[in-house]
Design a protein around this ligand. Structure first.
Ligand code: FES
Length: 160
């Protein structure tokens, strides 16, 4: 059994095999995958485990923007582009991050460290603009604060 298959089985065993657990299982599998995505093999395994048609599992995985069907960088930066964040500097923040990382939205840095994505509301509208890195939420994000966060993540990577 391949490592990916073992990891997928390990996640699924923690959930009863009912379709109501689909989104949570997909979330856990993606989180456990080093490239933060859902492979075709993992979607197939989930479909078999939940006894659902693969097309339904694919529908869910491709509908929600939090899931990715293609490999991403070691860290995923998601910048909120919903209206409150856009009004309070989200567009400028996104532009600054594109320049800082040298990528467009949906791309991964050449060193494989960061994938830049946009997101709908992250639930921090009162302290816009907001972004999320690897599931950790940051609000009131300025260009300087974003630079510090990126620097910190790079430094943590270097010490691993
Ligand atoms: S609109 Fe950006 S966090 Fe809600």
């Amino acid at each position: 059994m391949e490592r990916e298959e073992v990891a997928v089985r390990h996640v699924m065993e923690r959930y009863p095999a009912t379709r109501t657990n689909l989104l949570e299982i997909l979330h856990e599998i993606q989180r456990a995958e080093p490239r933060h995505y859902l492979s075709e093999a993992s979607l197939q395994a989930v479909a078999e485990y939940l006894r659902m048609p693969l097309a339904e599992v694919m529908d869910a995985a491709s509908f929600y923007s939090m899931y990715s069907l293609t490999p991403r960088g070691r860290h995923v930066v998601r910048v909120c582009v919903s209206p409150p964040c856009r009004l309070f500097g989200g567009e400028a923040l996104l532009k600054a991050l594109k320049e800082r990382l040298g990528v467009e939205v949906g791309q991964t840095t050449a060193d494989g460290a960061f994938t830049l994505e946009t997101s709908s509301c992250l639930g921090a509208c009162g302290n816009a603009p907001a972004l999320m890195i690897d599931g950790e939420l940051f609000d009131d994000v300025t260009d300087a604060k974003a630079a510090e966060i990126i620097y910190r993540v790079r430094r943590e990577d270097a010490t691993r």
